[in-house]
Design a protein around this ligand. Structure first.
Ligand code: HEM
Length: 166
């Protein structure tokens, strides 16, 4: 597929280096992150039978007859989404992120000189303040969201706010 791809503007194929970059992204950024997220989600479901039962019930109700899941089906599977998000909150596949300060800055009294490299560690973000009681427990229900009004989409990945995933 990548070998056959052509740029829309000039109809040219990718150079060998561009192909290698794309393959690296698929392998490291794409494959390993998704595989880790799924592995942890299945492990957590095995340890929390009630969550597993609820997920099975949603799938049975929304996808009768063991039909294969299509992209268009996903909005009808909100509990499945919460399972994945909760698994990634507890075991984030991208658990550390590097940044370089483009300007000198300060955060809560901590000085950050220009050009200083710093990191955020997502696993440090399982706090009671953001996630309510028992933040280290697997709780994919809507209840955790209701209990945690301070939760933002970026709560587990603070430095990703300005830069998304492909
Ligand atoms: C569960 C699955 C995934 C997770 C948790 C994840 C996580 C992330 C995070 C946190 C970033 C931002 C890194 C940063 O700002 O330093 C990122 C960037 C990126 N991800 Fe993913 N990712 C996932 C799946 C994928 C897949 C499937 C692809 C491609 C096939 C992909 C390609 C990329 C690329 C190209 C970037 C860099 C974007 C940029 O340069 O702005 N990721 N990902």
């Amino acid at each position: 597929m990548l070998l056959d791809a052509r740029y829309e503007d000039d109809g040219q194929p990718m150079s060998e280096n561009q192909l290698l970059d794309e393959l690296n992204i698929l392998l490291v950024a794409g494959h390993e992150t998704s595989a880790n997220a799924l592995a942890w989600a299945f492990s957590l479901l095995a340890h929390y039978p009630e969550a597993q039962r609820q997920l099975r019930a949603e799938i049975a109700a929304q996808l009768p007859g063991s039909q294969l899941v299509e992209f268009a089906d996903l909005p009808r599977l909100p509990y499945a989404l919460q399972v994945v998000q909760e698994a990634m909150r507890l075991y984030p596949p991208a658990w550390i992120m590097d940044r370089v300060a483009t300007e000198a800055d300060e955060f809560r009294g901590c000085l950050l000189p220009k050009a200083r490299c710093f990191r955020s560690i997502s696993t440090a973000c399982t706090t009671t303040l953001i996630f309510g009681p028992m933040p280290k427990c697997f709780g994919p229900s809507a209840l955790r969201r209701v209990l945690c009004p301070r939760r933002r989409p970026t709560a587990t990945c603070p430095l990703a706010a300005a830069r998304g995933c492909a």
